[in-house]
Design a protein around this ligand. Structure first.
Ligand code: PHE
Ligand code: NA
Length: 454
């Protein structure tokens, strides 16, 4: 315990936490979720969720890691012998996510190369599904590996596991110190270019136009909480693991605010960039913006290539920059998810980091091959659906209820965080975690089971 690895600098920790948070969720999930859930009016439930669940939970997870100085399972074990399983549950969710998150980063690597010649042609959808992914519903073929997807996937794992081998300071911290500033600069360039394209204003108008009646709809609030959880990487055991490497004297609360607001800032920037680009696309093709809106795989790998095709100049360069940002945002998140199980395994079985990376990372890499097959996209959709429905918010709910209601740890954690911080935790923090978050998440789960059983 005395030899526990530590971050070299405060900025190193913050960049790593922000690197985990900023990911595909900011770039392709947030813009579409906001648009579909009230546009400009979505910011009301979104900010509410950020301030009553996102940041309070981030503070709580940072406190847990900092106080108990262990990966998620060990920290939960030290909190109470009976709760180690909560840590493992988060680790399991993280493990599953890592297997398919890696594949998508691999696609982004391929597409950054395709950008140079705009290899995707005019039919970007056909290119993605038939030429690149070689998707097949024929049972005899669904299991065959697609070399074009496999090779970038292996590159992703070599980078990720290479970084983890090097350890917390030399590996994770150094990687994030390079990736995150680069990502922010690249993304700024892309957003500024998008904003100066014809039609950008219509795109932004579509994005920000508030539909205030949406706030009366409970599903919009559910969407806001879901986005905040996924986007801040909370309830995945990640933030507990990262904060377990903090030096004793660390301002937890302040760090959580910085990480939370940076992630949301980037998310807003992505929303502006994506919708400016969609506005441009709409103006080029003469269809209204709402007909070109999409999110997820379709946005990044079908619609964006079309937008890049239409660029007035330097198409290849902007395509490259866009996909490179996806790669950087994705890698820094994948590193954090994988560190979760590497740390968990290494502590549980008392094995070295090297062995834990080889064993844990190696297993994840092998499982991820499933998504590099001709049936890969179907498996990927299924895994993603399952995780989003039953993983994220569920672990979050259990975590908060056990800590706030059963173990009654909030007062204890509050004084721990307040020991070294210029922001003092008080009623806001305790009411958010003890009351608001459990009630909202509980309602979400109730709603989910109702719709799934009906
Ligand atoms: N927070 C990341 C994003 O917004 C996603 C993520 C999920 C990262 C799980 C790590 C673990 O894309
Ligand atoms: Na995020």
């Amino acid at each position: 315990m005395e030899n526990r690895a530590q971050w070299g600098t405060r900025a190193g920790f913050i960049l790593a936490a922000v690197g985990s948070a900023i990911g595909l969720g900011n770039i392709w999930r947030f813009p579409a979720v906001a648009y579909e859930n009230g546009g400009g009016a979505f910011f009301i439930p979104y900010l509410f969720a950020l301030l009553t669940a996102g940041i309070p939970l981030l503070i709580m997870e940072f406190t847990i890691g900092h106080k108990y100085r262990g990966s998620a399972p060990l920290s939960f074990f030290r909190m109470s012998r009976k709760t180690e399983w909560i840590g493992w549950w988060g680790v399991l969710v993280a493990f599953v996510i890592s297997t398919y998150y890696a594949v998508i980063i691999g696609w982004a690597i391929s597409y950054s190369v395709f950008s140079f010649n705009l290899s995707w042609g005019d039919d970007t959808e056909g290119f993605l599904f038939s030429d690149y992914l070689q998707l097949s519903v024929n049972p005899g073929e669904t299991g065959s590996l697609v070399p074009g997807v496999l090779i970038p996937l292996l590159i992703v794992w070599v980078i990720t596991l290479g970084v983890l081998f090097k350890g917390v300071k030399k590996g994770i911290e150094t990687a994030n110190k390079i990736f995150i500033p680069t990502l922010v600069v690249l993304f700024m360039i892309i957003v500024i270019r998008a904003l100066t394209l014809p039609g950008a204003a219509q795109g932004l108008q579509a994005f920000f136009e508030p539909n205030f009646s949406a706030i009366m709809d409970s599903s919009v609030w559910v969407a806001a909480y879901g986005q905040i959880f996924f986007s801040l990487s909370i309830a995945f055991a990640i933030m507990i693991t990262y904060s377990s490497y903090l030096p004793k004297k660390s301002d937890i609360t302040n760090n959580a605010f910085i990480a939370g607001f940076s992630n949301s800032g980037f998310e807003l920037l992505a929303g502006i960039g994506v919708f400016a680009a969609l506005g441009f696309m709409a103006s080029q093709s003469g269809v209204p913006v709402n007909e070109v809106v999409s999110g997820g795989v379709g946005l990044a790998f079908v619609v964006f290539p079309q937008i890049i095709n239409e660029f007035p100049a330097l198409n290849g360069l902007f395509g490259f920059l866009f996909f490179l940002s996806l790669v950087l945002a994705g890698l820094s998140s994948l590193i954090s998810i994988s560190e979760t199980y590497v740390a968990g395994i290494s502590e549980k079985f008392g094995i070295s980091r090297t062995k834990a990376v080889a064993f844990g990372g190696g297993t994840a890499a092998v499982i991820s091959l499933l998504f590099a097959t001709q049936g890969g996209l179907f498996f990927l959709d299924a895994a993603d659906y399952f995780i989003n429905q039953f993983g994220v918010a569920f672990v979050g709910l259990v975590e908060v209820v056990v800590i706030a209601w059963f173990l009654r740890k909030l007062n204890d954690f509050q004084s721990h965080a307040n020991e070294i911080s210029d922001i003092r935790l008080g009623t806001w923090w305790k009411v958010s975690l003890g009351l608001i978050t459990p009630l909202v998440l509980g309602y979400m789960m109730f709603d989910l089971f109702k719709t799934n059983l009906a």
